[in-house]
Ligand binder design. Structure first.
Ligand SMILES: [Zn+2]
Length: 372
């Protein structure tokens, strides 16, 4: 009986929706905002390690939709952050080291050589969404670069930052990489910030480029000038939400889960993950109140080969990346399914599913664009 009633209600609702669009009354989109949070190098075991070592429970693990992603790149079973970011931003596999570009040596390569794949940030901007990038890494680090630039190598830092200040993205905040001066940033039309006070003074009526000089990944402020990742995330959300008429896309990266794992520094990696989780909590609180926000938490690859050894201690078995599948977690409004529980998807699915959730035009991701 209840099932019949539910079916009847659903039929009435869809008739009403069809009728309102027939009358030209705009129907409100269910998902208007997407916050994609990337824990660089964050495997499933990093979550357990952080909970035990820091004696906390992670908000990441409370997110209702839980699955996994395959991370391999076009030319290697174990991806680097550049190919990983390209997959998560553009929905295509490329070779390790490349940013937002096709791997032209791919035996199955069937794109035109003078093209690059569009990233989800560009697709969102074209459709009138506000956009933002926040990271604890340098602004031209591999992960933010995949969402902001197209170049053959992750080492082309000047090329990447000069593309960023021409990109039109509303805010790009991270650590300085020394390739841009304040004057270059300002003359490109961006407000230059390098202190937490300047960040907090932003109104959102300006585009802003953050080049902080101290570590951003700690659970506390490194000094009086330096924000934490969760403070950057809170401010970015408030700016984008206050100024967007058609929704926003925000990518937040916790880069030091990976960086500390490269040194086999379990304590450092766990601290960085705790602060990343603090940022997730802020995003989740916003999404729950907003009711039109899709929150996704994932990783580009695992770093450190974290295991629980026979002495009951967490141990990093390598100072490199591994090829294990990484967590995908999501919180979505209503009954929207971003990932079915314990599904394993390819990482290239993530930007495609974001484009679908935001109802961007069908060919938005992946989509090839002629190089300028
Ligand atoms: Zn990475």
């Amino acid at each position: 009986m209840i099932e019949t009633m539910n079916k009847l209600m659903a039929a009435v609702m869809s008739l009403l929706l069809a009728f309102s669009s027939y009358l030209g009354i705009p129907t409100e989109k269910k998902i208007q905002n997407v916050i994609l949070m990337i824990g660089d190098g964050m495997g499933e075991m990093h979550l357990k390690m952080t909970e035990d070592m820091r004696d906390i429970s992670l908000v990441i693990d409370e997110l209702p939709q839980q699955g996994k992603a395959i991370t391999r790149s076009a030319n290697k079973k174990t991806t680097d952050s550049a190919a990983g970011s390209t997959a998560l931003a553009c929905g295509v596999k490329t070779a390790n080291g490349q940013i937002g570009s096709y791997w032209l040596e791919d035996p199955d390569f069937n794109y035109h050589s003078n093209t690059h794949p569009k990233n989800i940030t560009e697709a969102c901007m074209e459709n009138g969404l506000k956009t933002g990038i926040v990271t604890t890494d340098e602004v031209s680090g591999a992960t933010p670069s995949g969402f902001t630039a197209h170049t053959s190598s992750r080492d082309n830092h000047s090329d990447i930052t000069s593309q960023q200040i021409k990109s039109g993205i509303d805010l790009i905040w991270g650590k300085t990489d020394g390739t841009l001066t304040e004057q270059q940033v300002t003359s490109a039309g961006y407000t230059y910030i390098d202190t937490i006070a300047e960040m907090n003074a932003l109104t959102g009526n300006e585009k802003s480029y953050g080049m902080f000089t101290s570590s951003l990944y700690h659970t506390y402020n490194k000094n009086e000038y330096t924000p934490t990742l969760s403070q950057m995330t809170a401010k970015a959300i408030s700016i984008l939400d206050a100024t967007s008429e058609n929704g926003f896309f925000l990518m937040v990266e916790g880069a030091h889960i990976d960086k500390k794992a490269h040194d086999k520094d379990e304590e450092g990696s766990a601290e960085a993950l705790e602060e990343f989780d603090n940022a997730v909590e802020i995003a989740l609180d916003f999404a729950k109140k907003d009711k039109h926000t899709l929150l996704i938490v994932t990783a580009d690859h695992e770093t450190g080969g974290v295991t629980l050894n026979e002495d009951g201690e967490y141990e990093m078995t390598t100072g490199s990346h591994t090829s294990v599948n990484v967590p995908v977690r999501a919180y979505a409004p209503g009954n929207y399914v971003f990932i079915k529980n314990w599904d394993t998807i390819d990482n290239t699915q993530i930007p495609k599913r974001i484009a679908k959730a935001l109802q961007l035009p069908g060919d938005s991701i992946p989509c090839e664009v002629l190089n300028k």
